[in-house]
Design a protein around this ligand. Structure first.
Ligand code: GLV
Length: 318
């Protein structure tokens, strides 16, 4: 027992928090819902470590409430848009995330969405369940075929690359946009953003949300996409959701799928009205194996930092 006091803001995968119990005094918010803000600020006081989720805003108020003992904020996500990285750095608080362990699950989900949107699975499923009459017909619920269809990936990071690997098995030619072209992806063509948008018949948005990408795909940029294109978003806040709904409404886009939403758990009402939008509740990393690995990586980061060692996956301000 080191005497360190820790806060874990959410119920985690089985066994994860147990790893902390022998050595630390742990306050666990043992609930599937996020901590109300006032409870969070009260509970973090005097903690040496906080294991947080994307719903916990870690800003100057949080850091003030925590006080000088706080050494690490271990975010249970690859994203860190809930955290003021500069404020943490200024106070010497280490921030870590959970990269790598969720890559495969998230890329699988992107492919599931890509197939669901292009082959109209949501519409078809709703149709069958509704009891509305249906029957096979040459023109019934026709979709877009993946083979030979140009795929654009906005953000060829770990997850984007894993999507590209999967999409190659579907014979999709791949282009991407990152701030700088990669030298080790010879089978994917780098394009400037506007050119990527203009040529991708299917676009996967997999870049991180940050000050550069927030709202990047606004109405004007969505208008660059080819007629009948399909947009898959696995990053919240990059795509302007009402503008996306409008493009679907006008038939400018064929279909879309959105897993992460700008204002979760709210979903843009404009999108809810769109038959051609596949809408899922932030399921990217939602597999048993991945959630276990994310929890364990967050705990490993806490154990390392409180032992005076280097964290496994630190995040620094850009
Ligand atoms: C999103 O779910 C993330 O892990 O950042």
């Amino acid at each position: 027992m080191t005497g360190h006091a820790l806060l874990v803001t959410r119920r985690l995968a089985p066994g994860v928090v147990d790893r902390l119990l022998p050595s630390f005094s742990v306050t666990l918010h043992d609930d599937d819902a996020p901590m109300p803000r006032a409870d969070l600020l009260a509970a973090v006081r005097g903690r040496a470590a906080a294991l947080t989720t994307l719903d916990d805003v870690v800003d100057a108020d949080f850091l003030d409430a925590a006080g000088p003992d706080l050494r690490i904020v271990a975010n249970h996500a690859v994203g860190t848009h809930n955290i003021d990285l500069a404020a943490c750095a200024a106070r010497g608080v280490v921030v870590t995330n959970t990269p790598g362990v969720l890559t495969a699950a998230t890329a699988d989900l992107a492919m599931a969405l890509l197939l669901a949107a292009t082959r109209r699975l949501g519409e078809g499923e709703r149709w069958v369940r509704s009891g509305k009459p249906w029957g096979w017909a040459p023109n019934f619920l026709l979709g877009v075929e993946l083979s030979g269809t140009p795929l654009g990936i906005l953000g060829l990071g770990r997850i984007g690359r894993a999507v590209a690997r999967r999409a190659r098995a579907f014979d999709m030619p791949i282009s991407y946009h990152n701030r700088t072209p990669l030298t080790d992806e010879p089978d994917a063509r780098w394009l400037p953003l506007d050119d990527l948008l203009a040529t991708a018949q299917v676009l996967v948005v997999s870049c991180p949300l940050n000050d550069r990408t927030r709202g990047l795909l606004d109405a004007a940029r969505l208008a660059l996409m080819p007629a009948g294109a399909v947009l898959i978003s696995i990053t919240a806040g990059v795509v302007d959701e009402p503008a996306l709904a409008d493009a679907l409404d006008r038939g400018a886009l064929f279909a879309a799928a959105v897993d992460n939403h700008a204002n979760e758990p709210e979903v843009a009402p404009e999108l809810l009205r769109q038959e051609r939008a596949v809408l899922t509740p932030h399921l990217g990393s939602a597999t048993v194996r991945t959630r276990q690995a994310m929890g364990n990586l967050a705990v490993d980061n806490i154990l390392a930092v409180l032992a005076g060692e280097a964290p496994l996956s630190a995040v620094r301000p850009a």
